[in-house]
Design a protein around this ligand. Structure first.
Ligand code: NAD
Length: 335
């Protein structure tokens, strides 16, 4: 199979490309290599992928002509669309970056899939679409119409845009709502990396909502396994798909949305303690209020993913944190 992976220099994209290549697929990776965080980490992830069946192209997915040419040239079988302007807090200061990458970029991907009859589009949505007051565990059949950040609004928009393209042009699309992803090669703007970095440097870490928060931390290996398995589940009009409540044009539309989360939320303080134990240093802590755009709890119902793929995330918190800390030390402290 020939895959397009957008966001291939990113945390999840680079790991996904590696997994697809190991399974014998061809992968064309694209990424703008933007400087939202340390660009040298993105280059290092790409260097790690190095494979005869891997081609990388630096490209902005918001660029309409270049995206059309990319799809026309390669005639991809499947597309795994992970490029996005990520982060909840950054969207408060930089709204236009989200409209460009997450809305225009997503539209360009959908158009490419339409023009070249891609067999399956799999794209990243987010647990943030559940907003503030969703009942737990979060189910994909829940109605989610009240995003509390622009980032979440763009992710929900991606699901709606994909639904319309599935319906109008018969393109199978699958949205994956990822839950707080962590692990080796992780994002320097996210809490697991920041905590590890600061604790090792003896710096103070900020604890939001005085530690009273819950996150369904999910290891990147579990995310990637879910993505790759879902890619193999080709929706068709004859399949009995989970179609999000409230939006389906027909119950047989080749459109689906799944949660990929660990399915067991962890208290923020428990997460910090796990890092402290692994490193062997107690963190200096600054307890503070809830931050704008943050939600109190995330908790994935993983039944649908299990039914579709037979997979339930498996990496324990202890295992995942140990791997993150070991990678951090090898990557940042040995240089
Ligand atoms: P990441 O920032 O590491 O990867 C995204 C990549 O996309 C980056 O390398 C970036 O350079 C690239 N990119 C951004 N804008 C682009 C553009 N206009 N054109 C081309 N490339 C562009 O983030 P990640 O954690 O790997 O996330 C991957 C996807 O999963 C994103 O869509 C993100 O919103 C989603 N997601 C991630 C998490 C998480 O916890 N990491 C949770 C929910 C959803």
């Amino acid at each position: 199979m020939k895959y397009l992976v957008t966001g291939a220099a990113g945390f999840i994209g680079s790991a996904t490309a590696e997994k697809l290549l190991a399974a014998g697929h061809y992968v064309i990776g694209v990424d703008s290599l933007n400087d939202y965080y340390d660009v040298s980490l993105k280059h290092a992830r790409l260097a790690r992928i190095e494979h005869p069946n891997f081609t990388f192209e630096q490209l902005d997915i918001a660029d309409r002509e270049k995206m059309a040419a990319l799809f026309e040239t390669h005639q991809f079988d499947r597309v795994i669309h992970l490029a996005a302007q990520a982060g909840v807090r950054y969207s408060i200061e930089n709204p236009h970056a989200y409209a460009d990458a997450n809305l225009m970029g997503h539209l360009n991907v959908l158009e490419g899939c339409r023009q070249t009859k891609v067999k399956h589009l799999i794209y990243a949505s987010s647990s943030s679409v559940y907003g503030l007051n969703a009942k737990v565990p979060f189910e994909t059949s829940d109605s989610v119409d009240h995003p509390v950040s622009l980032y979440a609004a763009t992710k929900k928009s991606n699901e709606l845009m994909s639904h319309s393209y599935s319906h109008l042009y018969d393109i199978p699309t699958t949205g994956l709502r990822f839950f707080t992803v962590y692990g080796a090669w992780g994002r320097p703007d996210m809490a697991p990396f920041i905590f590890t970095d600061k604790i090792l440097k003896g710096e103070t870490i900020d604890i939001n909502n005085n530690g009273d928060m819950w996150r369904d931390f999910t290891h990147v290996d579990d995310i990637v396994e879910g993505v790759v398995r879902i890619a193999d589940v080709i929706p068709s009009r004859n399949n009995n798909w989970t179609v999000e409540a409230g939006t389906p044009a027909s119950s047989s539309a080749p459109y689906a949305v799944y949660n990929i989360g660990h399915g067991s939320p962890v208290n923020l303080m428990e997460f910090v303690q796990c890092i402290e134990r692994t490193i062997g240093i107690e963190a200096k802590k600054n307890f503070r209020e809830m931050q704008p755009g943050d939600v109190y709890q995330t908790y994935a119902d993983t039944q649908d993913l299990f039914k579709a793929t037979g997979y339930k995330p498996q990496v324990s918190l202890e295992q995942g944190v140990t791997e993150l800390v070991e990678w951090y030390k090898a990557f940042y402290q040995s240089n």
